[in-house]
Design a protein around this ligand. Structure first.
Ligand code: ZN
Length: 438
């Protein structure tokens, strides 16, 4: 089956061809086979769709998020008002994740991935936590992603904070999912660890012992998000969190290291040499008041961009990341190009993880497209499209993944948005009530 999209403005920032004012995209099954300028009159296809001047961007990638937090919007305030980062975790997130059961977890996955799809986000790296419902949770997530046609990276946050039994069940869920999905084209299993400060030396040792025979495993872990994580590692006799994880042989080329705000240049060098991935989440960092990742860490590591559960829309994350950084800089200081993280670094990261070309509009890439009905009030050209992407685009009208329409004229195909949202609302109330008992 091949499908030809014509009469499209095609923008692929940092891609082989960045801007085509009027062109076409030919898709064969799940893969883009040709992108060009002009009318494609000489190309025949099973189906030809005239986009009438709509604008196509590559389907976007969220390199770190927490779908389990999707039912937190509007949550009643905690009994004890948290005054620092660790207290926010204890009073809100560690109660919420413990209260999640199978039904509320499923509702979180559905509501979250729906929001991602609506925002043109077609690949999601999730870091999941539902300690009371661990077994089968990552399989459930992969099933929901399959219904929406998204690529998903799964990981379960292993931690000591709920006792030995929960530590074990979390680790087992990671290992079972690794065994089940390590050859899957659309599911990338990582080994989730919450953070160094909620894992003992004994636990880190047993994690490595369980993983060492597995093959191409990589961890997905929060690192030095707050100073408390570094202070903890030092109090245990290590130079840093990264030094600690490295001593337990947990850093390798498949590792996903999230945040790294309080990590040193030396830590970054170690990560770089290991070939690990660093992911930056600017709005979450601002929201938690934990500090700002240095420019040098981002550029030396070619960091990816994630939202850490703050939102689904990656263009908004890039815009707000830009503004947050600007607010910390003086006029001549250099900043970070957040669209480079989103459209250059994230595609490299995802293509390596899923072992196929994802994230660009060029031949050989998985056919993941976000299509916008974008009618700007100023001229858009090959020289200024970056400004339009950062400040002008809203939600796509259409989303294609693996060559198939998943959203068409703002409507989800084969999925009832109404049912998903009605169920999520019901589950949110149940979840919040359950949290009061924890
Ligand atoms: Zn996170």
């Amino acid at each position: 089956m091949n499908r030809l999209l014509t009469n499209a403005r095609i923008i692929d920032p940092f891609g082989e061809t960045e801007y085509i004012e009027n062109g076409y995209i030919l898709i064969e099954d799940e893969i883009i086979v040709k992108v060009g300028a002009g009318s494609a009159l000489n190309i025949s296809a099973d189906e030809t769709i005239d986009l009438n001047g709509k604008t196509v961007l590559p389907g976007m990638i969220n390199a770190h998020t927490h779908l389990y937090s999707e039912l937190a919007m509007g949550i009643p305030p905690p009994k004890n008002n948290p005054t620092n980062f660790v207290e926010i975790l204890k009073e809100v997130w560690w109660k919420l994740d413990l209260a999640l059961d199978k039904d509320s977890t499923k509702a979180s996955f559905e509501a979250g991935l729906l929001d991602c799809l609506r925002s043109g986000v077609t690949t999601v790296f999730d870091h999941h936590s539902s300690p009371s419902f661990s077994k089968g949770s990552l399989g459930l997530l992969s099933n929901v992603a399959e219904i929406f046609g998204q690529n998903i990276s799964v990981a379960f946050e292993t931690t000591d904070r709920n006792g030995k039994e929960f530590f074990k069940s979390g680790l087992i869920e990671n290992i079972e999912s690794f065994e089940k999905f390590h050859n899957n084209k659309y599911v990338h299993p990582l080994i989730g660890l919450h953070a160094s400060f909620t894992l003992s030396d004994e636990s880190l040792k047993s994690i490595y012992n369980e993983l060492k025979g597995l093959g191409n495993w990589g961890i997905h872990i929060h690192v030095a998000e707050d100073k408390a994580d570094e202070i903890d590692a030092k109090s245990k006799g290590y130079k840093s969190v990264i030094d600690r994880l490295n001593k337990f042989k947990l850093i390798n080329e498949h590792s996903f290291i999230i945040h790294g705000i309080h990590s040193s240049d030396k830590d970054m060098k170690l990560l770089k040499n290991a070939g690990a991935t660093l992911v930056h989440n600017p709005t979450s960092n601002a929201n938690n008041r934990v500090g700002m990742l240095p420019n040098t860490h981002i550029s030396s590591m070619n960091a990816g961009l994630g939202t850490d559960g703050m939102r689904a829309n990656m263009l908004e994350e890039a815009q707000q990341g830009t503004l947050i950084r600007s607010s910390h800089l003086q006029s001549r200081e250099s900043s970070i190009n957040y669209l480079e993280l989103l459209f250059k670094n994230n595609p490299i990261i995802v293509s390596r993880a899923f072992r196929q070309k994802i994230g660009h509009l060029s031949s050989g890439n998985q056919a993941d497209l976000a299509i916008y009905d974008y009618q700007p009030r100023t001229a858009i050209t090959e020289d200024n499209f970056i400004g339009h992407i950062l400040f002008g685009f809203g939600q796509p009208t259409d989303v294609i993944t693996r060559g198939e329409y998943r959203v068409k004229n703002r409507k989800l195909i084969n999925v009832s948005e109404q049912n998903i949202k009605a169920n999520a609302q019901k589950q949110s109330l149940r979840l919040w009530n359950k949290m009061k008992t924890i």
